[in-house]
Design a protein around this ligand. Structure first.
Ligand code: 1GP
Length: 233
Protein backbone atom coordinates (compact mmCIF):
# COMPACT_ATOMS: atom_id res chain seq x y z
CA UNK A 1 0.00 0.00 0.00
CA UNK A 2 1.39 3.38 -0.85
CA UNK A 3 1.17 6.31 1.51
CA UNK A 4 0.92 9.95 0.38
CA UNK A 5 4.41 10.74 1.71
CA UNK A 6 5.94 8.10 -0.55
CA UNK A 7 5.59 10.69 -3.31
CA UNK A 8 6.58 13.79 -1.37
CA UNK A 9 9.87 15.67 -1.53
CA UNK A 10 9.03 18.74 0.52
CA UNK A 11 6.89 19.74 3.49
CA UNK A 12 6.29 23.23 4.77
CA UNK A 13 5.75 23.32 8.51
CA UNK A 14 3.66 26.23 9.77
CA UNK A 15 3.89 27.26 13.39
CA UNK A 16 0.59 28.77 14.61
CA UNK A 17 2.46 30.62 17.35
CA UNK A 18 4.39 32.71 14.81
CA UNK A 19 3.36 35.74 12.78
CA UNK A 20 3.97 35.69 9.06
CA UNK A 21 6.33 38.41 7.83
CA UNK A 22 4.80 41.57 6.36
CA UNK A 23 3.36 41.00 2.92
CA UNK A 24 3.39 37.18 3.18
CA UNK A 25 0.06 35.35 3.15
CA UNK A 26 -0.86 31.74 3.85
CA UNK A 27 -2.11 31.63 0.27
CA UNK A 28 1.37 32.55 -1.03
CA UNK A 29 2.94 29.84 1.10
CA UNK A 30 0.42 27.23 -0.05
CA UNK A 31 1.29 28.12 -3.65
CA UNK A 32 5.05 27.49 -3.31
CA UNK A 33 4.73 23.98 -4.76
CA UNK A 34 5.31 22.24 -1.43
CA UNK A 35 3.86 18.74 -1.35
CA UNK A 36 2.13 19.13 2.01
CA UNK A 37 1.71 21.48 4.90
CA UNK A 38 2.14 20.37 8.48
CA UNK A 39 0.61 22.64 11.09
CA UNK A 40 2.18 22.45 14.52
CA UNK A 41 4.86 23.62 16.91
CA UNK A 42 6.27 22.97 20.35
CA UNK A 43 5.33 26.03 22.39
CA UNK A 44 2.35 28.36 22.46
CA UNK A 45 -0.04 25.92 20.74
CA UNK A 46 -3.77 26.37 21.29
CA UNK A 47 -6.82 25.00 19.56
CA UNK A 48 -7.60 28.57 18.47
CA UNK A 49 -4.29 29.37 16.81
CA UNK A 50 -4.20 25.92 15.20
CA UNK A 51 -7.71 26.40 13.83
CA UNK A 52 -6.87 29.84 12.47
CA UNK A 53 -3.96 28.51 10.39
CA UNK A 54 -5.99 25.52 9.18
CA UNK A 55 -8.78 27.87 8.09
CA UNK A 56 -6.33 30.18 6.31
CA UNK A 57 -4.83 27.28 4.34
CA UNK A 58 -8.03 25.29 3.77
CA UNK A 59 -9.13 27.17 0.68
CA UNK A 60 -5.84 26.44 -1.12
CA UNK A 61 -5.04 23.32 -3.01
CA UNK A 62 -2.39 21.62 -0.86
CA UNK A 63 -2.73 18.64 1.49
CA UNK A 64 -2.99 19.80 5.11
CA UNK A 65 -1.92 17.79 8.12
CA UNK A 66 -2.06 18.73 11.73
CA UNK A 67 0.92 17.81 13.90
CA UNK A 68 -0.41 18.30 17.42
CA UNK A 69 2.11 18.56 20.25
CA UNK A 70 -0.45 17.59 22.86
CA UNK A 71 -3.99 16.14 22.90
CA UNK A 72 -5.65 19.42 23.92
CA UNK A 73 -4.73 21.21 20.69
CA UNK A 74 -6.10 18.59 18.30
CA UNK A 75 -8.55 20.16 15.86
CA UNK A 76 -11.23 18.15 14.12
CA UNK A 77 -11.62 19.67 10.72
CA UNK A 78 -12.58 18.11 7.38
CA UNK A 79 -10.04 20.36 5.68
CA UNK A 80 -7.33 18.19 7.21
CA UNK A 81 -6.00 15.27 5.22
CA UNK A 82 -4.90 13.72 8.47
CA UNK A 83 -2.91 13.85 11.67
CA UNK A 84 0.82 13.24 11.94
CA UNK A 85 1.55 12.47 15.56
CA UNK A 86 5.07 12.76 16.92
CA UNK A 87 6.43 10.07 19.19
CA UNK A 88 9.95 10.88 20.33
CA UNK A 89 12.07 7.75 20.30
CA UNK A 90 15.00 9.33 22.15
CA UNK A 91 12.88 11.21 24.71
CA UNK A 92 14.00 11.13 28.33
CA UNK A 93 10.44 10.82 29.52
CA UNK A 94 8.03 8.11 28.38
CA UNK A 95 5.33 10.80 28.35
CA UNK A 96 6.59 11.85 24.90
CA UNK A 97 6.88 8.30 23.63
CA UNK A 98 3.50 6.88 24.60
CA UNK A 99 2.19 8.81 27.61
CA UNK A 100 0.61 11.79 25.84
CA UNK A 101 -0.83 9.40 23.27
CA UNK A 102 -2.41 7.22 25.94
CA UNK A 103 -3.99 10.30 27.52
CA UNK A 104 -5.37 11.40 24.15
CA UNK A 105 -7.08 8.05 23.60
CA UNK A 106 -8.26 7.89 27.21
CA UNK A 107 -9.90 11.30 26.93
CA UNK A 108 -11.19 11.14 23.35
CA UNK A 109 -11.92 7.44 22.98
CA UNK A 110 -11.44 6.05 19.50
CA UNK A 111 -9.42 8.31 17.24
CA UNK A 112 -9.85 8.70 13.52
CA UNK A 113 -7.37 5.86 12.98
CA UNK A 114 -7.61 5.95 9.18
CA UNK A 115 -6.28 9.49 9.18
CA UNK A 116 -3.81 9.15 12.06
CA UNK A 117 -0.15 8.26 11.50
CA UNK A 118 2.71 8.50 13.96
CA UNK A 119 6.09 9.98 13.13
CA UNK A 120 9.04 8.37 14.92
CA UNK A 121 11.03 11.42 15.90
CA UNK A 122 14.74 11.33 16.62
CA UNK A 123 15.50 14.73 18.12
CA UNK A 124 19.06 15.86 17.35
CA UNK A 125 19.50 19.51 18.35
CA UNK A 126 19.90 19.82 22.14
CA UNK A 127 19.25 23.59 21.89
CA UNK A 128 15.78 23.19 20.38
CA UNK A 129 12.62 23.57 22.48
CA UNK A 130 11.53 20.10 21.47
CA UNK A 131 14.74 18.64 22.93
CA UNK A 132 14.32 20.50 26.21
CA UNK A 133 10.64 19.57 26.53
CA UNK A 134 11.14 15.93 25.84
CA UNK A 135 14.49 15.73 27.66
CA UNK A 136 15.86 14.09 24.57
CA UNK A 137 19.26 12.45 24.54
CA UNK A 138 20.71 14.15 21.46
CA UNK A 139 24.22 12.79 21.85
CA UNK A 140 23.82 10.20 19.14
CA UNK A 141 26.33 8.67 16.74
CA UNK A 142 25.42 7.68 13.17
CA UNK A 143 25.08 4.10 14.45
CA UNK A 144 22.68 5.20 17.18
CA UNK A 145 20.57 7.06 14.62
CA UNK A 146 20.60 4.15 12.20
CA UNK A 147 19.59 1.78 14.99
CA UNK A 148 16.75 4.00 16.17
CA UNK A 149 15.56 4.24 12.56
CA UNK A 150 15.75 0.48 12.20
CA UNK A 151 13.79 -0.31 15.35
CA UNK A 152 11.24 2.37 14.44
CA UNK A 153 10.59 0.57 11.17
CA UNK A 154 11.14 -3.05 12.07
CA UNK A 155 9.98 -3.31 15.68
CA UNK A 156 7.45 -0.52 15.93
CA UNK A 157 6.09 -0.47 12.38
CA UNK A 158 6.63 3.25 11.89
CA UNK A 159 6.02 4.46 8.34
CA UNK A 160 7.74 7.77 8.99
CA UNK A 161 11.04 8.39 10.74
CA UNK A 162 11.67 12.08 11.41
CA UNK A 163 15.22 13.27 12.00
CA UNK A 164 14.63 16.57 13.74
CA UNK A 165 17.41 19.16 13.90
CA UNK A 166 14.92 22.02 14.31
CA UNK A 167 16.77 25.35 14.17
CA UNK A 168 20.10 24.04 12.94
CA UNK A 169 21.36 22.24 9.86
CA UNK A 170 22.15 18.59 10.50
CA UNK A 171 25.11 16.51 9.51
CA UNK A 172 24.58 14.90 6.14
CA UNK A 173 26.40 11.69 7.10
CA UNK A 174 24.10 11.18 10.09
CA UNK A 175 20.98 11.84 8.03
CA UNK A 176 22.21 9.42 5.38
CA UNK A 177 22.83 6.79 8.08
CA UNK A 178 19.21 7.16 9.18
CA UNK A 179 17.83 6.90 5.68
CA UNK A 180 20.03 3.99 4.67
CA UNK A 181 18.82 2.00 7.67
CA UNK A 182 15.26 2.07 6.32
CA UNK A 183 13.86 -0.35 3.80
CA UNK A 184 10.42 1.03 3.14
CA UNK A 185 9.71 3.70 5.69
CA UNK A 186 10.13 7.33 4.71
CA UNK A 187 12.82 9.50 6.26
CA UNK A 188 11.76 13.07 6.96
CA UNK A 189 14.55 15.52 7.68
CA UNK A 190 13.92 18.92 9.26
CA UNK A 191 16.15 21.69 10.57
CA UNK A 192 18.02 24.76 9.39
CA UNK A 193 17.16 24.60 5.70
CA UNK A 194 17.22 28.20 4.51
CA UNK A 195 18.06 28.27 0.80
CA UNK A 196 18.46 26.22 -2.37
CA UNK A 197 21.85 24.76 -1.45
CA UNK A 198 20.96 23.62 2.06
CA UNK A 199 17.70 22.16 0.73
CA UNK A 200 19.53 20.34 -2.07
CA UNK A 201 22.14 18.94 0.31
CA UNK A 202 19.61 17.56 2.78
CA UNK A 203 17.27 16.31 0.04
CA UNK A 204 20.16 14.26 -1.28
CA UNK A 205 20.34 12.29 1.98
CA UNK A 206 16.67 12.28 3.07
CA UNK A 207 13.43 11.20 1.41
CA UNK A 208 11.49 14.31 2.37
CA UNK A 209 12.73 17.65 3.70
CA UNK A 210 10.73 19.76 6.12
CA UNK A 211 11.23 23.53 6.22
CA UNK A 212 9.87 25.79 8.93
CA UNK A 213 11.73 28.92 9.99
CA UNK A 214 12.67 29.91 6.44
CA UNK A 215 9.06 30.95 5.81
CA UNK A 216 9.10 33.32 8.77
CA UNK A 217 12.68 34.54 8.42
CA UNK A 218 13.10 34.79 4.66
CA UNK A 219 9.65 34.68 3.09
CA UNK A 220 7.93 33.06 0.15
CA UNK A 221 10.65 33.19 -2.49
CA UNK A 222 13.11 31.38 -0.21
CA UNK A 223 10.53 28.66 0.49
CA UNK A 224 9.98 28.29 -3.26
CA UNK A 225 13.74 27.81 -3.76
CA UNK A 226 13.76 24.99 -1.22
CA UNK A 227 10.89 23.30 -3.07
CA UNK A 228 12.83 23.58 -6.32
CA UNK A 229 15.92 22.06 -4.70
CA UNK A 230 13.94 19.21 -3.18
CA UNK A 231 12.52 18.38 -6.60
CA UNK A 232 15.91 18.68 -8.32
CA UNK A 233 17.82 16.50 -5.86
C1 1GP B 1 10.81 21.97 12.66
O1 1GP B 1 11.84 20.29 11.35
C2 1GP B 1 11.18 21.50 11.29
O2 1GP B 1 10.01 21.03 13.28
C3 1GP B 1 11.90 22.53 10.47
O3 1GP B 1 12.99 23.10 11.15
O4 1GP B 1 12.37 25.49 11.43
O5 1GP B 1 14.78 24.77 11.43
O6 1GP B 1 13.39 24.75 9.33
P1 1GP B 1 13.41 24.61 10.82
Amino acid sequence: MTAPWDDWNHILKLDPDKELPDGVTYGDLCATGTDAIEIGGTTGMTEENMSAVIAACAEHDVPLYQEPSSPDVVVEDDALEGYLIPTVFNAGSPFWITGAHKEWVRIDGDLDWERTTTEAYIVMNPEADVATYTEADCDLSPDDVASYAKIAERMFGQEIVYLEYSGTLGEESIVAAGRDALEESTLFYGGGIHDYDSAYAMSSVADVIVVGNVAYDEGVEAVRETVEAANDA
